[in-house]
Design a protein around this ligand. Structure first.
Ligand code: ZN
Length: 303
């Protein structure tokens, strides 16, 4: 079975704490590894989490504040050190290309890795592949920031009882899936007769932003939403002043967008115990709330 899970490498905004590293998230998605927002210390957290440089196929940076990108130099150099043979694609806001150039070549190293830069300059499709479609939407933050959304195309789920009723088994099942219809004992059976739509999985990654329509668009019916909740509602004035979300806002977004599993992260250092974030989000959101901790693994809910 294919593996789809989020590996949390860090959960701290701005400044790391004793318990929380700077941001960093690896989404394992079948054979792909999307590394989102590698903050400082990401390389070491990867070691703790059992993530190797070879697991990374894409690096997606939302914006160029340090807690989201200071890990780029270490990760990029590690790709070469470990002789990662496959290409790795890096996405980041095009307006920050100068920052990425400096992070990429921040110190001397022997570069062997094939790192390809595909900056994001507008809303829309960033990449397509066997993984599905990766999209970006511009968020609202003091520096240009993009959120990301990964969508698997819808597929079809075969219904065993219907197959049995039609007398279809063995290699005929594969032939029906390939050809769309087959003849059984003189009758034509269509794929739709013995299967149903299986909605593709959707993953959304929403980092630093104030509440805006893009947050809802990114989160729409996501199976797994990873969203910043820097502040608690009591500090909503700080959240709006600095362009961030509160846990209550994150919970409301999750409900309104029809999210299945909500992962809260990017906590301000002012809060020692992040459990309150879960409580606050759960006031609005009836689905599963995960308060992220470093090195936690969160499965993408199955369809
Ligand atoms: Zn941040």
């Amino acid at each position: 079975m294919s593996l789809r899970e989020l590996v949390v490498l860090g959960t701290a905004s701005q400044a790391p704490t004793r318990e929380r590293n700077h941001n960093g998230y690896l989404l394992r998605w079948d054979g792909e590894g999307f590394l989102f927002d590698p903050g400082e210390g990401t390389q070491r957290q990867m070691v703790h989490a059992g993530v190797s440089a070879g697991d990374i196929t894409r690096i997606c940076v939302t914006h160029f504040h340090g807690d989201h990108c200071l890990g780029v130099p270490g990760v990029v150099q590690r790709l070469s050190l470990d002789r990662v043979a496959h290409p790795v694609v890096a996405h980041y806001p095009a307006s920050g290309a100068g920052f990425f150039a400096r992070l990429r070549r921040g110190s001397a190293f022997h570069e062997t890795a094939d790192l390809r830069e595909e900056p994001v300059s507008a809303d829309g499709v960033v990449a397509t592949g066997l993984f599905g479609t990766l999209r970006a939407r511009r968020l609202e933050h003091p520096v240009e920031a993009f959120g990301y959304r990964l969508e698997e195309p819808d597929g079809r789920r075969m219904l065993p009882d219907r197959l049995a009723a039609e007398g279809i088994a063995g290699p005929d099942v594969g032939r029906l899936q390939r050809e769309g219809r087959i003849e059984v004992d003189g009758r034509v059976v269509a794929l739709d007769d013995v299967s149903e739509v299986r909605h593709g999985q959707r993953f959304a990654f929403v980092m630093d932003t104030r509440l805006c329509p893009a947050v809802h668009d990114l989160a729409h019916e996501a199976d797994l939403l990873v969203i910043e909740s820097t502040f608690l509602d009591a500090d909503a004035d700080l959240a709006s002043a600095y362009g961030h979300l509160t846990a209550g806002q994150a919970g409301r977004v999750a409900t309104e967008a029809g999210v299945r599993r909500l992962v809260l992260t990017h906590f301000s250092q002012r809060y020692e115990h992040p459990e309150a974030f879960g409580t606050e989000a759960a006031r609005w959101f009836g689905g599963e709330v995960v308060v992220a901790t470093d090195l936690l693994r969160v499965p993408v809910p199955r369809r």
